[in-house]
Ligand binder design. Structure first.
Ligand code: NAG
Ligand code: NAG
Ligand code: NAG
Length: 208
């Protein structure tokens, strides 16, 4: 218990002692404007999610080889970090990463995960269950939409398969970007939303 308290304090200190993370200048794929997101949200199909057939992570192949020895994960790490150098196997050997979700800064790429902004299971229950394997692989390795982000492993793991009613980035300043990107990805892939999700997205976007 005592260790937990100390660890939690250390994390909190790291977050609040760090300079405001400059997440907007990172080379993320462009995110649609709030006004565009509101329009696209109105066009999304509202449907009850279905997990039949049951979700299976193996139906979304990761990671693809993108260039040379670099796979999708390594490509996102190079894109989202600053001063990133890599070995001949494309493993980061130096660099600094800021987690857009919680502001955590690290020089250890292994402590960051590549998050699927719209989680794979969330995609499955909102439409990807009827796609081909190739389409699911493209979705899971999408470097064009703002669907993959290098974030602290802690945040990726506490997010799990949650949608926006269950998880939003704790860094309040990133929440608008997060929901704009969420609508952009769902719209691009023709994924459905459920009614609680629509209420939440509408509420957040109205304040953006
Ligand atoms: C899709 O991928 C899964 C997992 O690799 C495989 O079992 C299945 O046969 C594939 N389906 C098709 C239609 O290729
Ligand atoms: C980097 O992070 C990983 C995963 O948390 C950990 O196992 C490893 O010890 C860390 N490396 C250093 C140099 O701190
Ligand atoms: C990120 O979280 C998701 C959902 O819990 C999990 O499937 C995925 O494996 C995690 N990513 C990594 C790199 O651990």
């Amino acid at each position: 218990m005592r260790n937990c308290v100390i660890a939690a304090f250390a994390v909190a200190t790291a977050v609040f002692a760090a300079p405001a993370p400059d997440v907007t200048s990172r080379a993320l794929p462009s995110v649609i404007a709030a006004s565009t997101a509101r329009t696209r949200l109105a066009g999304l199909t509202v449907a009850t999610p279905s997990n039949s057939p049951a979700y299976d992570r193996d139906l979304f192949k990761t990671w693809d080889t993108i260039s040379g020895t670099c796979d999708t994960r390594e490509t996102v790490l190079k894109r989202d970090g600053t001063g990133v150098t890599v070995s001949s196997a494309c493993t980061p050997t130096a660099g600094s990463w800021t987690s857009a979700y919680d502001g955590l800064v690290t020089t250890n790429a292994s402590s960051f995960d590549i998050d699927h902004l719209v989680p794979l299971k969330e995609a499955w229950i909102s439409g990807a269950r009827s796609w081909t394997n190739a389409s699911r692989e493209a979705f899971a390795n999408d470097l064009t939409r703002p669907q993959l982000l290098a974030v602290s492993a802690h945040e990726n793991r506490s997010k799990g398969d949650s949608d926006v009613t269950e998880y939003l980035p704790p860094l309040a300043s990133f929440q608008c970007t997060y929901v704009r990107a969420w609508v952009q990805v769902k719209d691009f892939y023709g994924l459905t939303i459920d009614s609680a999700e629509k209420t939440k997205l509408t509420s957040i976007l109205s304040g953006c």
